[in-house]
Design a protein around this ligand. Structure first.
Ligand SMILES: Cc1ncc(COP(=O)(O)O)c(C=O)c1O
Length: 445
């Protein structure tokens, strides 16, 4: 079978995710990948400027990780969750080596969604009878029960009312470009954080605050520096858990292993996935403090999966941890992220469609607008939910035709290349992005 046959077979017989199925007819066939690029069957090269789904943090074709997985497959690829094996012990040891002090207890699964499902169950048991969870509108936390219920973006709308989890309440976002309170930082005194305190006191029965410290798909929103420390205080003052979802922002995406380290804030529970294996195998990680684990000493821990602590999946973790350490010791990512920031900010100067460039490390958004003064967006959440054509999607299709893979979401682009990307490759990506943005300029007032 050739590539065209493969595409036909797969698109006719599988569901395309998060889309109308008529739009799942001509996906690109990927024949191979190496470094920061992937290739189609005609050997056309594409720069992976969003690390696939912001997960291939170490790029493609990493020999050390591939060989660790091959060794894992040859030794003991699977034993059930109740057994211990060498691969499981090695993964736990290497996870412990990157965790902040006090965050030492793991539930290991196979996706970010599962990591969050576990976090919610643990938090609700620990805080019972309190059960409410405060999430935010600009968020994505996974596709199943608890994850989708905690999600603020329109993917949740499609799951309602069945997917609605009782007790999830949404807080305003720390989104300074479009402040929900119409205020400006720093005069705002971070009202978005103070409002969470108000919510907890007015709602009652709040068990946890559940947020992405740096919002991922919904805008790469880096909070003001006071925000997370203040949320930590609010959680402590009110006896509420702080749960941080680092599924996308973890694993050096923001320059530090976990983004909460930028603000010296420690969560009670946090979750991660994607980058913990560089996406070579599926692993989800739920981490808690020792106190939380102790709570279950005499109580039933009501959670598990057949593939919890899956040894073959875990075989990639120690290799990935080592590769991150080696990579950062070279200084390449630190250097490249500064260059990326500079080049992206130049785009804001050149293109009137660019409303804001924001981000940190290798994690950036370029938000486009019809009018810089009014910040009128080209598209809205409602457009996405109504399956209307979105300008950003149209532009990313054009970029792909020019050899650049870039993820977009409603009215922004997500620039999150592998951490191994070079300055030269960044220039290659920015040049294509730059060219295609001219199309949006023509539609801008
Ligand atoms: C912040 C965040 N949480 C949870 C998830 C769900 O992870 P997964 O797709 O691995 O289930 C994602 C996925 O993009 C995410 O970005």
């Amino acid at each position: 079978m050739g590539a065209a046959d493969d595409v036909k077979l797969v698109t006719e017989h599988t569901y395309g995710t998060w889309r109308a199925q008529k739009d799942w007819s001509k996906p690109l066939y990927v024949a191979g990948a190496k470094g920061s690029h992937f290739y189609d069957d005609k050997n056309n090269r594409y720069l992976d400027f969003s690390s696939q789904l912001m997960c291939s943090n170490l790029g493609h074709g990493n020999e050390a990780i591939i060989s660790a997985i091959c060794d894992g497959a040859k030794t003991l690829p699977y034993v059930g969750p109740s057994f211990v094996s060498d691969l499981k012990a090695k993964a736990v040891k290497s996870l412990l080596s990157v965790m902040p002090e006090g965050l030492t207890q793991f539930f290991l699964s196979t996706s970010g969604t599962e990591a969050n499902e576990a976090a919610v169950k643990i938090a609700r048991q620990y805080k019972a009878p309190k059960y409410k969870i405060i999430s935010r509108y600009r968020s994505y936390h996974g596709s199943t029960g608890a994850g989708i219920a905690l999600t603020g973006d329109p993917r949740r709308w499609f799951a309602e009312p069945v997917g609605k989890l009782p007790g999830v309440v949404f807080a305003p976002d720390a989104y300074c470009y479009r402040c929900p309170f119409g205020l400006n930082y720093p005069e705002c005194d971070i009202r978005c954080a103070e409002y969470v305190d108000y919510m907890i006191k007015e709602e009652g029965n709040v068990a946890a605050i559940f947020i992405e410290p740096v919002v991922g798909t919904n805008g790469i929103i880096v909070p003001p520096k006071e925000y997370l420390p203040r949320l930590r205080e609010i959680a402590d003052e009110n006896g509420v858990l702080l749960i941080l979802d680092e599924v996308m922002s973890g694993w050096y995406r923001t320059g530090k292993c976990f983004s909460f380290e930028h603000w010296n804030v420690k969560p009670d529970i946090f979750t991660t996935a994607k980058g913990c294996t560089g996406a070579y195998t599926p692993v989800g990680v739920t981490v808690t403090t020792g106190d939380i684990k102790d709570f279950f000493n005499e109580r039933f821990f009501p959670h598990g999966h057949t593939y919890a602590m899956h040894p073959l999946s875990l075989s990639a973790v120690p290799a990935a941890v080592k590769e991150y350490e080696k990579l950062f010791a070279t200084g390449l990512p630190q250097n490249a992220s500064a260059h990326l920031e500079k080049r992206l900010n130049e785009l804001a100067e050149r293109h009137k469609c660019v409303g804001e460039v924001r981000g940190i490390g290798h994690f950036w958004a370029v938000e486009i607008v019809q009018d810089r003064k009014t910040k009128k967006p080209f598209n809205t959440k409602a457009d996405k939910a109504a399956l209307k054509p979105l300008l950003v999607s149209e532009l990313t299709k054009q970029m792909l035709n020019h050899g650049l893979w870039l993820i977009s979401w409603i009215s922004h682009f997500i620039i999150a290349p592998p951490l191994i990307i070079t300055r030269k490759e960044i220039d290659e990506g920015i040049d294509i992005f730059d060219d295609v943005l001219k199309e949006a300029d023509k539609k801008t007032d």
